[in-house]
Design a binder for this molecule. Structure first.
Ligand code: SAM
Length: 318
């Protein structure tokens, strides 16, 4: 008799094993269910057969923008009733949609591109649906976070997604400062208007050596991505004006523990542009966990101009 490896579960079960694909695929929709359906982020070939079947079969589709989804549906020869669900009407519309699902209707939720709820509307609908006992099922597919991460060449074992970067430089730098000690890979979205400024802020706060990947126009005609040190990626981006066009994901390698002191000093330098040495040392210590006293000593060494400013503003020791 052949021996099974110890991790094979031989107990009888009605359910297919988690690692075993179902032998037959039933893509029909079930009444009383909300389907959260991922749609392409560029290449229409990425709409899965199951997503297509579900969109074809539901009673109604809640869409971020009904015109965008209308174009997608007509490309695939589908016609279903559409209802707009966006950040301005989500709470109100969600109630009506859930009431219909509770009466037995089927509903699909889509956004303009990618996976709904990932920097897209849908959270209120899913939260309320779950609160009212509605079955919610995922029809997974494209997502720019995962696509960029998977090709970045940066660690994927632990990562976090931090949404869109703030539009203003000060807030953006503060956001990057939050990543100074983040050990996991961090993924952020950025728009074409700000990608250059954001990369410059990233270099200023996280340093020129931090490895990053910029991925633009994923799955589209002008798709490209580049992984290197932050300074090199900034130069790569600046070398071609086309690299400011389109949609962007930035993947940032997590902080190495060994660079903690370097990071603390970098935060301190940034803060010294705005604050007295004692205050800068206090805030830098809070952000980085480094010693306040040592940071104050570094701050005092970092220039007579800031020191004078300190004497005017605040003479107290930290
Ligand atoms: N729900 C979508 C998803 O699953 O990725 C994201 C929607 S969010 C409103 C749009 C942002 O995602 C863009 O500004 C860009 O940062 C990123 N993005 C979407 N499609 C992309 C693509 N094809 N290439 C690179 N980034 C993309």
């Amino acid at each position: 008799m052949s021996r099974l490896p110890p991790d094979v579960d031989t107990r009888p079960t009605d359910e297919p094993q988690a690692s075993t694909p179902a032998p037959t695929q039933d893509n029909s929709v079930r009444g009383g269910t909300l389907y959260v359906v991922a749609t392409p982020i560029g290449n229409l070939g990425d709409l899965s057969p199951r997503a297509r079947d579900v969109l074809a079969g539901v009673d109604r589709i809640a869409a971020e923008d009904t015109r965008t989804t209308g174009v997608l549906l007509s490309h695939f020869g589908l016609r279903r009733p559409l209802v707009a669900l966006h950040e301005h009407n989500e709470d109100r519309i969600a109630e009506q949609l859930i009431a219909a699902v509770l009466r037995g209707e089927t509903l699909a939720l889509v956004s303009d591109a990618g996976t709904p709820l990932v920097s897209d509307p849908g959270y209120a609908l899913v939260r309320q649906a779950r609160a009212q006992g509605v079955t919610v099922q995922a029809v997974p597919g494209p997502c720019a976070v995962i696509a960029a991460l998977s090709i970045s060449g940066l660690p994927t074992d632990r990562f976090c997604f931090a949404g869109f970067l703030p539009p203003k430089s000060n807030a953006r730098r503060a956001r990057f400062a939050e990543f100074l000690h983040e050990a996991r890979t961090v993924v952020v979205y950025e728009s074409s208007h700000r990608i250059g400024d954001s990369l410059a802020d990233l270099v200023a706060v996280l340093g020129p050596e931090r490895r990053i990947c910029v991925a633009r126009e994923l799955t589209k005609r002008f798709e490209e991505s580049h992984t290197a040190s932050a300074a090199e990626v900034l130069a790569w981006h600046a070398a071609d004006t086309h690299r400011s066009l389109g949609e962007f994901v930035i993947v940032i390698e997590g902080a190495a523990a060994a660079s903690d002191d370097v990071n603390a000093e970098r935060v301190l330098r940034l803060l010294l542009a705005e604050l007295s040495p004692s205050r800068a040392a206090r805030v830098a210590a809070d952000i980085t966990g480094a010693s306040r006293k040592q940071l104050y000593e570094v701050a005092l060494r970092l220039g007579s101009a800031t020191q004078r400013n300190d004497e005017n503003e605040d003479n107290s020791e930290p």
